[in-house]
Ligand binder design. Structure first.
Ligand code: MD6
Ligand code: FE
Length: 216
């Protein structure tokens, strides 16, 4: 075993502003990376990653699970938050404290001091998986931001405007990068381009994305 794969790499935490209310906190989650991945493995051992169906009947290319009081689901009935995992009927696993502490700290750093997430969506992208431009608008309180944590392989995040037709910026996100998203930018269209094949020392052949929300 390699004692510490990253021991010789300095962490450089920097902030990039995308638009009013939206920032990228580069490498903000790097110190917690291993712990976050351990919790993702523990959670998805019971709340399995699955390819949900859109209301239109298409299977999503990204595999998803959730933790916290509320989970985001999609099926023939539409998009919504619910307390139970539809695969098992059980409540979603609790949100680990390393998740909620990181999300609160990232939100505070971005200028959102009152953020207490009650939902965390876990996305797992394998090569070929993507997410088309969409708005996150199923949450009750749109005055609260979304905190998005990237782990593993790099993937290009698309950050657009308040209408679908506005041409998006392409922002490469790497392991440990956090995007915080709120205020006048809360309803901006966004997505991720197709994941390219690769290997990351902590996640292997995939990228995980955690998005924290105040759902209800
Ligand atoms: C992803 N992220 O990065 C997908 N939504 O895999 C999202 O859909 C997202 O990163 C709202 C705010 C930030 C995000
Ligand atoms: Fe989203």
């Amino acid at each position: 075993m390699t004692p510490d794969l990253f021991a010789d790499l300095p962490i450089e935490m920097t902030t990039e502003t995308l638009s009013e209310g939206a920032v990228v906190l580069r490498q903000f989650a790097f110190p917690q990376g291993r712990d976050l991945l351990g919790e993702i493995r523990r959670i998805t051992a019971t709340a399995h990653l699955r390819h949900m169906k859109t209301p239109g009947g298409h299977s999503m290319s990204v595999a998803m699970s959730c933790c916290g009081s509320w989970g985001w689901v999609t099926d023939a009935r539409g998009y919504r938050y619910q307390a139970e995992d539809p695969c098992s009927g059980a409540l979603w696993p609790a949100m680990p404290s390393v998740f909620s502490a990181l999300a609160k700290s990232a939100a505070l750093t971005a200028g959102y001091p009152d953020f207490t997430p009650d939902a965390c969506l876990i996305n797992c992208y394998e090569p070929g998986a993507k997410m088309g431009l969409h708005q996150d608008k199923n949450e009750r309180d749109l005055s609260q931001p979304i905190v998005s944590v990237s782990l593993g392989l790099p993937q290009v995040f698309q950050f657009g405007g308040l209408t679908r037709s506005e041409r998006p910026l392409n922002i490469p996100l790497g392991h440990g990068d956090v995007v915080v998203w709120g205020g006048p930018s809360r309803l901006r269209y966004h997505g991720v381009l197709t994941l390219k094949a690769g290997t990351h020392p902590l996640t292997g052949a995939c990228r995980y994305n955690l998005t924290f929300r105040c759902a209800r």
